[in-house]
Design a protein around this ligand. Sequence first.
Ligand code: 2P0
Length: 326
Amino acid sequence: MTQGTGRCRAHTNIALIKYWGKQDEQLFLPMNSSLSLTLNAFYTDTKVTLDQALKQDVFLLNHQKQSAEQTLKISNFLDLFRHKYSISAKICVESINHVPTAAGLASSASAFAALAGAINEAARLNIGLQELSTFARRGSGSATRSIFGGFVEWQKGTCSTDSFAIPLDDAAWDIGMLIVVVNHREKIISSRQGMKRTVETSPFYPAWVKSSEKDLVEMKKAIVTKDFSKIGELAESSALKMHATMLSAQPPFTYFEPDSIRVIQRVQELRKKGLECYLTMDAGPNVKILCRLTDMDKLKQELSTEFSQDQMILSGVGSGIHSLSE
Ligand code: 2P0
């Protein structure tokens, strides 16, 4: 294959049972299985063009040509496909991230899922979605789950071919997320470095892995029975347990900022008052609040006494990757 074009959209996802730690850093094999909800508010559109005439790969993000270092990360990812399918052409990648500018949310999940989908189409590889998720995984762990919509499980597996995502439920029910943007500066420690340090030094880490396995089983049951309260309780607990492993690492670190804690306290107070909502946080200070779609406006109103309108982003459930070609 020397010529071809593919266009793909992928949405980001937020883990409800977190992935935190790798057993194999080269292959991106996680220590524990995880489970997420795909969101419709944030996505990446990517066009891939195979072009024999190009001397080297080109990577444009939001219309800007990226540095050699950024392009190398993309080239290394594309090489996985080039090697396996004997593709010799150089590739032009054009990505647009549709993440509200103030969101400060990582886009690697939607980015690598969209890129995997676009090259699959451009080179007419016909890789099935489950296998495609194993490719997305090699770009960024969380990208494994962005191949599918709704509730998605990333099964940790035992090797590169069986560490993949499976769709559990399209979550087309009364469920959504409100994201409170506390800070959108560059994070102090990347999740990649953070998880490595935690695995290597936190005495709590083995307990995290064990407890995640149990939580995953419970979460899958709660999804089958559409038990929103149980889903929320498990999600909040998984996030807080993950963050506890960071405080116990050497040297210790945390993504919490004073405003993150303000949001956490507000969520817990609102719940006591009968507005059912649950929080989760990733490798950054922003807080994502799981709630019923029908409660979202009320939740936003309650939080607007402390947070501005542009600090709050509402999202429903997103779909899996899809082609943008006609
Ligand atoms: C997750 N996070 O399950 C967890 C929870 C952040 C906290 O996956 O090294 O960008 O590329 O596999 O996927 C963010 O880390 O890390 C992440 P790599 P990734 O969503």
